[in-house]
Design a protein around this ligand. Structure first.
Ligand SMILES: Cc1ncc(COP(=O)(O)O)c(C=O)c1O
Length: 369
């Protein structure tokens, strides 16, 4: 689909061609592990075995590539996509510059898995471009950006990092922003990764990931590792993510409206401090001395890990999603609360949080009396 069409048009149509056999507007889900061959070695396109290729996966990859402006390779999870990207671009001894505030699982992958194979890394606050410039040397192979960051929602200037990259490749985890708000390849990054589990799938019913390369050579390299390691998503999971993509633009607008309403309440609540929202997307974080009690007191905001689905979630990162950064330079404060604002009626979300905040205030008052 032409790049000149609006993002919403591309989100609805990307990667979808009606089924040539029966004309179904949505192509069939190819739930198969293998494909018939006329004679040994004679098969349709590259469809010989489903780890190597699957039409449902190919349709999703085409759509994701179109929306980010590159060539996409789908994986079974966001972390599988990250692992593929880092292991293909780096080798033992390579130096990677990581953000000082990032998803705990990404830190665990680098610190506990890849460091054992000789990867070297430094954590740096990437909102400070001078600090980033000091951390990047001619030996740096990869700069890993996450923006907005999880869970502190810091926003990194992607073009500013690209301008200071020296010889390094630049990869951006675009999970929190999505291509509806930010397209890193257009800002000079070499790669984008997503946990498609989150906003792209959008309905909390699938785990998946994708790595997208600007350059076709790197795309081939990612496809090679996709097949060699085999962390591929199943056809039904690909179908679910693809279906989610079709409403991405609508959902992202609704998530932002919910977040805006919630932020207004939080900023007017004396017990709440350090309210963070990048001004787009549905992710909000803030500090509250009774973080644990608050997270256990909401009704509409479900207490659960993950984010980006149509329903609102609340969590305490230090005790949940970010346990793997405990005692590291990327550790998060224990009183931090993270919200994933869904697409419910914003007034109901505000009322739910207001009631939970009031319950916490009453409990604190009771303790003081
Ligand atoms: C920013 C970010 N990147 C990557 C991941 C990993 O994705 P997955 O859980 O699909 O492996 C997550 C998961 O929460 C995340 O928040």
């Amino acid at each position: 689909m032409s790049d000149e069409r609006g993002f919403g048009t591309r989100a609805v149509h990307a990667g979808l061609n009606p089924d040539p056999t029966y004309g179904s507007v949505i192509p069939a889900i190819h739930q198969t592990s293998t494909y018939v061959q006329e004679r040994p070695g004679e098969f349709v396109e590259d469809y010989d075995y489903a780890r190597s290729a699957n039409p449902t996966r190919a349709a999703l990859e085409q759509a994701l590539g179109e929306l980010e402006g590159g060539h996409a390779v789908a994986f079974a999870s966001g972390l599988a996509a990250e692992h593929a990207l880092i292991t293909q671009t780096c080798q033992a001894g390579s130096h990677v510059v990581m953000p000082a505030d990032l998803y705990g699982g990404t830190y665990r992958l680098v610190d506990k898995v890849l460091a054992r194979w000789g990867l070297r890394f430094d954590l740096v606050d990437q909102t400070d471009l001078a600090a980033l410039e000091r951390a990047v040397t001619d030996e740096t192979t990869l700069i890993w950006i996450e923006t907005p960051t999880n869970p502190l929602l810091n926003v990194v200037d992607i073009a500013g990092v690209v301008a200071r990259r020296r010889k390094a490749l630049v990869a951006v985890d675009n999970t929190f922003a999505t291509p509806a708000n930010q397209r890193p390849l257009e800002l000079g990054a070499d790669f984008v990764v997503h946990s498609t589990t989150k906003y792209l799938g959008g309905h909390s019913d699938v785990v998946g990931g994708v790595a997208i390369a600007r350059d076709e050579r790197w795309y081939e390299s990612l496809r090679f590792v996709q097949n060699s390691v085999g962390a591929v998503p199943g056809p039904f999971d690909c179908f679910l993510v693809h279906r989610g993509l079709r409403t991405l633009h609508l959902r992202m607008d609704a998530h932002a409206r919910s977040a805006e309403a919630v932020v207004e309440l939080l900023r007017a609540t004396p017990e709440v401090s350090d309210v963070r929202w990048p001004g787009f997307s549905g992710m909000v974080s803030f500090r509250h001395t009774q973080a644990t009690e608050l997270a256990a007191s909401t009704e509409l905001f479900t207490l659960a890990e993950s984010l980006g689905g149509v329903e609102s979630l609340i969590e305490v990162p230090q005790a949940m999603t970010h346990q793997s950064v405990e005692d590291s330079a990327a550790a998060v404060p224990p009183d931090l609360v993270r919200l994933s604002c869904g697409v419910e009626d914003p007034l109901d979300l505000v009322a739910d949080l207001r009631a939970a905040l009031a319950a916490c205030a009453r409990a604190a008052e009771g303790v003081r009396l």
